[in-house]
Design a protein around this ligand. Structure first.
Ligand SMILES: [Zn+2]
Length: 341
């Protein structure tokens, strides 16, 4: 039996959260979640071929996937604990219900970083083949940053988070259509992390949802095991360039390599087999706290990052399709054994 709790915020919590959001508008601060430590491109070891890998037939619906991204964006900002986030949760749960997968909500409260008022956080865990004891976790965050603080003109304008938020959600929404036909090697959990960036200033605490999830997995070992994981973040950039992220390479080299090998076999050149950025993202908690070797697929060369222009118009249906097809193919292979990194 897996731990599973699902609570709905009370209206007082909701109005408290609304108040907190309003209060946030008067204070400000900046900090990059993603720390760029190095720009040099490393010449990696030769990428091994995936032995015997056969490409599965994937009828990715490019338009439908992008419509999911647009639908999520139409909600508006989806900051943790706000009505926008609640609306998004409803949309997501209604969507995944049609696939007969198991949907669990992992709820917890955190003190709002500015007001101290409790904010209800909810990670959503969507399980395919839930009885499988060996599983792969695919994660993305689904909250949006309160403000577009990298926007030079409107740092307190609306932040829609089309690439930084909705792209991962849309990716999983479309992938769900294909999970039965592709026959993944392991059971698969999509995990939508809340509170990745409920952050207003340089002292903000990131990764609340992924850290909670990772601690829960470590402290309450379930009767199944995550063999490995992948986090997807900002995967719909029009000019998609997915370099190998350095922390992923260090902590989950085999997982990382296998993803880029699958992309190469599929001739998806947007997966660039070079290292570029070292990024702090939700994969750190999975690696460091939960001990799940996890790679991050992220395009950090996105000109609209944390600006008001991170909207659906800055995103590409084709980019989303490329990442989706690689991930689906990879799920059929996952050349990772328990204990591998
Ligand atoms: Zn962000």
């Amino acid at each position: 039996m897996r731990n599973c709790d699902h609570d709905t915020p009370t209206s007082s919590q909701r109005s408290a959260n609304r108040l907190a959001t309003a209060l946030a508008a008067v204070c400000s601060g900046r900090r990059l979640r993603l720390v760029i430590l190095a720009l040099a491109v490393l010449a990696p070891a030769l990428l091994p071929k995936t032995a015997g890998a056969q490409n599965v037939n994937i009828n990715w619906d490019t338009r439908r996937a992008f419509e999911y991204l647009q639908k999520v964006c139409e909600i508006g900002p989806r900051v943790s604990g706000t009505d926008g986030m609640l609306k998004q949760q409803t949309l997501i749960i209604d969507h995944f219900r049609q696939f007969g997968c198991e949907i669990r909500a992992q709820a917890f409260d955190v003190a709002h970083p500015q007001t101290g008022v409790p904010v209800r956080m909810t990670n959503l865990v969507i399980s395919f083949d839930p009885s499988a004891k060996q599983r792969v976790v695919l994660g993305c965050h689904y909250d949006t940053r309160p403000f577009p603080d990298q926007d030079r003109v409107r740092p307190r304008g609306p932040f829609i988070g089309a690439n930084d938020g909705a792209s991962g959600v849309a990716l999983f929404m479309e992938m769900a259509h294909h999970m039965k036909t592709i026959k993944p090697r392991y059971g698969v959990d999509f995990v939508l992390f809340d509170g990745e960036e409920l952050v207003y200033d340089e002292f903000g605490k990131y990764f609340l949802g992924s850290e909670y999830f990772a601690r829960w997995y470590r402290d309450n070992p379930p009767d199944y095991q995550y063999v490995c994981g992948v986090v997807a973040d900002m995967v719909a950039d029009k000019n998609l360039e997915l370099y190998i992220e350095r922390n992923s390479w260090k902590m989950a080299p085999k997982v990382t390599q296998s993803l880029w090998a699958t992309a190469r076999n599929m001739q998806v050149k947007e997966f660039v087999y070079s290292q570029k950025y070292e990024i702090r993202d939700d994969h750190l908690a999975l690696n460091e706290i939960a001990g799940i070797p996890t790679a991050d697929i992220i395009d950090f060369d996105y000109p609209y990052w944390h600006t008001t222009r991170d909207t659906a118009r800055s995103c590409s249906a084709t980019s989303l399709a490329k990442v989706g097809r690689v991930l689906l193919q990879w799920l059929t292979e996952v050349p990772i054994e328990p204990g591998d990194k």
